[in-house]
Ligand binder design. Sequence first.
Ligand code: C2E
Ligand code: MG
Ligand code: MG
Length: 561
Amino acid sequence: MGENNNMYPLYMERLIRLTHIEPFDHESYKELLSEICHTYRIAKGVTEFYQTPLMEQLGKGVSYCDFDDGTGTNILLRIRIVSPSKAIILGTVYTSYENDDYTNEEIVQIETMFRVILGFVSRRRLITLFDNYGFHDIDGYRNFRAFARFLDISNTENKLGGMIAFHIDLHNFTMVNQEIGRENGDIVIKRYYEAVEKAIGDSGIIIRLGGDKFVGVFERSVKRNVYNIFSGYLVQYDDVKERKIWVTAAAGIYMLPNPFMMKTYGDIMDKIMLAANTAKRQTSGSIVVYDDKMKKAKEHIKKIQTDFRDALKNEEFHVYYQPKVNMETKKLKGAEALCRWIKDNTIIPPNDFIPVLEINTDICDLDFYMLDHVCKDIRRWLDEGKEVVRVSVNFSRKHLIDVDMLPKIIDTIDRNNVPHEYIEIELTETTTDVLFSDLKRVVCGLQEQGVWTAVDDFGVGYSSLNLIRDIPWNVLKIDKSFVPKNIEDEESISNKMFKHVISLAHDIGLECVIEGVETLDQLAVLRKNNCNIVQGYFFDKPLPLQEFEQRLVQQVYDINY
Ligand code: C2E
Ligand code: MG
Ligand code: MG
C-alpha cells in the first residue's frame, strides 16, 4: 500500500496550501485536513494545549479534535512540542485497526505534515488569544481597537458609505446603579449591549468605550430594530425573580454619506460625539442625527474660549448701564451693569458668549472684571460729586462652588473704596440642593456686609417659594414673561399669580423690580399692582457709559404717560 509516484508532489502541494489559508477560514482548513487524512487513512487527529508542564501533568489543558471520522483507536504517531515559554503542544494521530501497514516514507510524510498542522493550529490559537485580549476589554466587551479594525477593513473594501454610525450613553445609569445595585447594573449593561449587538447582527459592530458608553456602526437595513432599542428596551437582570428595568439611551447618530472615504477615525467619532452631546441635553430615549450646524456651534465655542483671555486683557469687555426707574416719581432708582464685548467695532451681545463662558469657569473672571469696572466708575462719580445710584452686577451661579467668592467680592469693592450699599449682586435661582445651600451662604454673607442681593429672572423656569422664604434677599427681579398680558381679565391665573406674588414679596420686605417693560399697557398692569420700579426699553436700553452718565446728571425722566 501507499505506492504512489505522485505522493511526494501531492503532499508538498497540500502542505503549501495548508499554510496559505489567509485570512484563516475554518471551512477550507477542515476540507483540506480531511482530504489529507483520507489519503493517509487517518481516522482521528487530536491536539492538546497546556500552558505549563505542570498543567500537562494535572491534565488541565484544552484539546481539539481536528479530524474525526469516528473509527480511530490505534495510535500511529504522537508528537510533543515544548515552546520556548514552556507551553506544551501535544498531537496524536489515530488510524483504524485495519489500516496500519504504512511505509517508512509515508510515516515521515505524515509526521512532517502533522508538525506543520500543529504549528499552524497553534498559530491560529495565538491569533485567537490575541484577538480576545487585544480586541476586548477586561469585562469581555469588544473595545475601541475592534471598532477601529472594523472601520479600517470596511473602509478599504469601500463599504462604509451609507452606513449609520452611533454613540450611545445609557440614560441615568448612576441612578440605576444606586437603585438596583452595581452588580445588577453590570448585568443590565451587558444585556442591553447584547440586544443591540443582536439587532445589528452581521451588518456592523458595537463596542464599549467604557462605563455605559458605546459606539458602533450598522447598515441601514437594520436601522428600525436598532433605533427601537435606543429608544427604550426592557432588560431582565434577575432571571429568578424576573426583575426587569426599562433602559433608554441618548444616541448621537451620523449617517455616513455614500460614497464615503474615512481619512481618520475622527471623521466619524467627532460627529457622533457632537450629536450625542445634543442628545444628552434632551429627554431620555432621544436620537439626534448629526448636522453641520453642530460643528459650527462647536467651532463658535472654541473660538470664544480661545479669544476670551486676550479680550479680557485688552479690555474688550465694556460695561453698559441699564437704568431702573421709579415710574411714579420718574426718578432714576438704580442701574444694572450688562456686559458688551466690543470686537473690531461690532458689539457682541451677552447671549452669544456668556453661555459659552459658563461651560467652564471663565465667566467668573468676567464677572469680577465687571464688578471691578463698576466700582471704578462709582468711585469716580462719587469723586465728581454726582448723585450716585446703586448698581447691580450679574454673578453667574458658577461662582457658588467657590468658597472664596464672598471675600473676593468684598475685597474688590473695598479695593476701590466704594461704600457697600452702592453694590447689588444679582444671582439666578438654582435647582440643586447643594447649590441651594451655597446660595444661601453667599447671600447671607453679603447681607452681613451690607451688600445688596437680588434674585434675577424670578418667574422664569422653576422658581420656588422656598427660594424667597429661606434666603434673605433684598430685591426680587421679576421677568417680563411673568407680567400678565391681558390686564382686563382679572380672573385669569396669570393676573392672580402676579398680584399675589407681588403682594407677598412686598409683605416680606422685598423690593420688586420688573424687567423688560416696553409698553404703556405693561406700565398700567404694574401700577395696578403697586410695582413701581421698572427696568426696560420703555425708559432706556442698556446705555454706554457716557450716555448713562447723562442720566445720572439729569436724574428725572422727562416722559409723559
Ligand atoms: P439679565 O440679567 O436678566 O438682564 C436683562 C436682560 O434683558 C438684558 O439683556 C437687557 O438688555 C434685556 N432687557 C432689558 N429691558 C428690556 C426690554 O424692555 N425688552 C427686551 N426685549 N429686553 C430687555 P442682555 O444685556 O442681552 O443680557 C442678557 C443676559 O446676559 C442677562 O440677563 C444676564 O443673565 C447675562 N449677562 C449680561 N451681562 C452679564 C455679566 O456681566 N455677567 C453675567 N454672569 N451675566 C451677564
Ligand atoms: Mg440681571
Ligand atoms: Mg433678568
